[in-house]
Design a protein around this ligand. Sequence first.
Ligand code: G5P
Ligand code: MG
Length: 226
Amino acid sequence: MIATRRFTSNVSNQFRALITGAPGSGKGTISSRIATDFDLVHISSGDVLRRHVKQGTELGHKAKAYIDNGTLVPDDLMVNLMTNEIKRISKTRWLLDGFPRTIEQAKQLHKKQKFDVVVNLDVPFSEIKRRIQQRYVHLSSGRVYHLEWNPPKNAGMDDVTGEPLTQRDDDKPETVASRLNIFQSQMAPVLAFYKDLGILQTFTGTESDVIYPEIKAYLLGYLQSK
Ligand code: G5P
Ligand code: MG
């Protein structure tokens, strides 16, 4: 951690990254480690949407049915929401999680913002289905737990706020199946788009604790080369 901080303080102040991967592949889990180690603001499209739903905004009302059915929120809504979110944080060091996830979103975003790196998590679906059954979340912060692998210090409570944890409505097995199918059909052209730009790096495995050190080494190497 210390080595990373010393290192990142010497490099360009701009670092724009994307983490992608199937539902449950560990994007949220690994993003929180990247955000801490590399001093990036983590913006998860799913967390932003769920906050809108919780707050009952107009966008939240529009998005809720899509999320609950495990289908994708329309591209125009997503591009507006996420480009505004990037503007709102007014920082140049950020990590997007879960957006873009259609080729249209990728092309629209590319006109406004360019990624330096795209980290793609490749985790088998059999592992994902096991994990998601035991996921609990703290909705307002996006913190993620797993009953066995990463349990909260006090059962059912968020470690930081002490507020109750919940299960996501879209984590029911049938909704997870729909989300995985949509991921498979929609993400291939997005990954090809970033591969053609020469910025895609894929990490394959079943354990975040094994995958993350590889990602960290890759990101350090990338920054060192700048
Ligand atoms: P989200 O919120 O972006 P998904 O489906 O892409 O949702 P999700 O479910 O949030 O992704 P994740 O972040 O990849 O998964 O995974 P995670 O939460 O970190 O880890 C999953 C579980 O595994 C956790 O319990 C964690 O503790 C555990 N875990 C992690 N690593 C390990 C490990 O090594 N071992 C074990 N045993 N467990 C581990 O999107 C939700 C919805 O919002 C809409 C869509 O409707 C979408 O379905 N949406 C969009 N619509 C259109 N366009 C977009 N760009 C959209 N973005 C969101
Ligand atoms: Mg997530």
